[in-house]
Design a protein around this ligand. Structure first.
Ligand SMILES: Cc1cc2nc3c(=O)[nH]c(=O)nc-3n(C[C@H](O)[C@H](O)[C@H](O)COP(=O)(O)OP(=O)(O)OC[C@H]3O[C@@H](n4cnc5c(N)ncnc54)[C@H](O)[C@@H]3O)c2cc1C
Length: 442
């Protein structure tokens, strides 16, 4: 019986990213020799690097994006496609750390970033199912639900932004599940097909004049002085590019070529399954308003319907990058999680499973600024669809001479506590354990 079951799974389930299957014409990098020089070399071609390259090119700057794999290969093509408002940490924590003024700028940036994605999608005519469907956070405990009212009041007071509380008795209008204690809706958030958005963004950057180079892994960056002026020699597996400025947009995949940034990034694996296409009635019952949904735990589940009505269900964060083995293990664990939320999906086939790596930092904040003279933007965690697009666009402005008004450039960027991550990751599972314990306790 067990053998039959696993054979059935194997026939139907593919260890493949569902979103990539929906891209009719993937954007490709330029072939042939790399340009010898550029004004700006961008390391990494995800949302951050591509948005920066597009914006730089539109301002007449010669930008070369260098991507180790294919365009959008990293987290940008693998995520849940939730274009989310808000900040990862609770507002009181942020206020205590950074003060009201800076946190107001951060929140404003989070709202602006959704508008920016929408504007780019419209301006560039990107077909990526962008939709302002709103997001729903659901409470796993009564105490979590009770905290929502306080959060919503604070967000209205501090940022003039409306969130709607949904008591348990009304939750069926938002989600076809009875396991939660209530919810909170933000109508400003949106959904997108991230791989189609990446492809459109890359094409827009190319059209504007940016040079996008795939399979060009940056192996090292050296500085040199030419006639008194600083230049960077960016060495890649396809040759060397000399540039006046460098922008590091390598996210969770930041590696040994840029050790100062690597030390500050925590790569966190996350996994997603997608079911077969659901009948329209069942899809409507599970998610009547087609929200982007996530729960209130630290190790949270996030889920949504895809534009072709599959249930896409993600979670199972792990304090190490994804691998073939962890992707395989995740399929059944996530399926059990999904059935826990939606028992109706017990017999539904899971057709896709994949994983990706999120870019966390030690203070769970996005950061920007310069390190070793190079610009960087990193730490978008589960908000990168909107936040990395916004950051790439803003950093392009800073490189062009705009005043740096990015709130994340104004906060300290902590590195790893001693021994936690100095090239090794031995203590990260302990951090994972800490958050699991928090989920039991709070
Ligand atoms: C499973 C999963 C689900 C997620 N869900 C959501 C969600 O629903 N909503 C949301 O807002 N966010 C979500 N995120 C987070 C979001 O996807 C990321 O924050 C965002 O994509 C980061 O974009 P980026 O451009 O900074 O980095 P990436 O997209 O990771 O791009 C970095 C690129 O740099 C390249 N690179 C690295 N080193 C080098 C080098 N030396 N030389 C050349 N290239 C290099 C990599 O190959 C990679 O393609 C999710 C992430 C994952 C993994």
């Amino acid at each position: 019986m067990l053998v039959l079951e696993s054979a059935r799974e194997a026939i139907h389930m593919r260890e493949t990213n569902y979103w990539l299957e929906t891209v009719r014409e993937p954007a490709r990098g330029m072939s042939g020799a790399l340009p010898e020089s550029a004004d700006v070399a961008v390391v990494g071609a995800g949302f951050c690097g591509l948005a920066a390259a597009r914006s730089l090119a539109k301002r007449g700057v010669k930008a070369v994006a260098l991507e180790a794999e294919t365009l959008g290969w990293g987290a940008s093509c693998r995520n849940g496609g939730m274009v989310l408002t808000g900040l990862k940490l609770p507002v009181p924590t942020l206020m205590a750390r950074y003060g009201r003024e800076l946190v107001q700028k951060m929140y404003r940036a989070s709202l602006e970033s959704i508008d920016l994605v929408e504007q780019i999608v419209k301006e560039e005519g990107i077909e990526c199912s962008f939709s302002r469907c709103g997001h729903l956070e659901v409470a796993c405990k009564q105490a979590h639900f009770e905290a929502y009212a306080e959060q919503a009041a604070r967000i209205r007071r501090e940022f003039a932004h409306e969130l709607r509380i949904v008591p348990k008795g009304e939750l069926r209008s938002e989600i076809g599940s009875d396991i939660y204690f209530g919810g909170m809706v933000d109508e400003t958030s949106a959904g997108v097909n991230p791989a189609q958005y990446v492809a459109g963004l890359a094409k827009a950057a190319s059209r504007a004049g940016a040079c996008l180079c795939d399979h060009a892994r940056v192996t090292g960056v050296k500085t040199e002085r030419v006639n008194g002026a600083r230049k960077f020699r960016v060495e890649t597996t396809r040759g060397t590019v000399t540039a006046r400025e460098v922008l590091l947009a390598s996210g969770a995949y930041t590696g040994s070529a840029t050790p100062a940034l690597r030390k500050k990034v925590i790569p966190i694996g996350s996994y997603i399954i997608a079911t077969e296409v659901l009948p329209p009635d069942l899809a409507r019952q599970l998610s009547p308003r087609n929200r982007m949904i996530y729960d209130s735990k630290h190790f949270l589940y996030y889920y949504r319907l895809t534009p072709d009505r599959r249930m896409l269900f993600g979670g199972r964060a792990a304090f190490f990058p994804e691998s073939d083995a962890t992707v395989r293990e995740s399929a059944e664990l996530l399926r059990q999680g999904m059935v826990g939320v939606y028992p109706e999906l017990r017999e539904v086939k899971v057709e896709f499973v994949w994983g990706g790596t999120l870019d966390f930092t030690f203070d769970v904040m996005p950061h920007s600024g310069t390190l070793d003279g190079m610009h960087f933007g990193v730490g978008f965690a589960g908000h990168g669809v909107a936040a990395a697009t916004w950051m790439g666009t803003k950093l392009a402005g800073v490189i062009c001479g705009d005043a740096d008004s990015i709130p994340y450039s104004q906060i300290a960027f902590p590195g790893a506590p001693i021994g936690l991550r100095a090239g090794n990751t031995w203590a990260l599972p302990l951090a994972g354990l800490y958050y699991r314990v928090l989920d039991w306790l709070t």
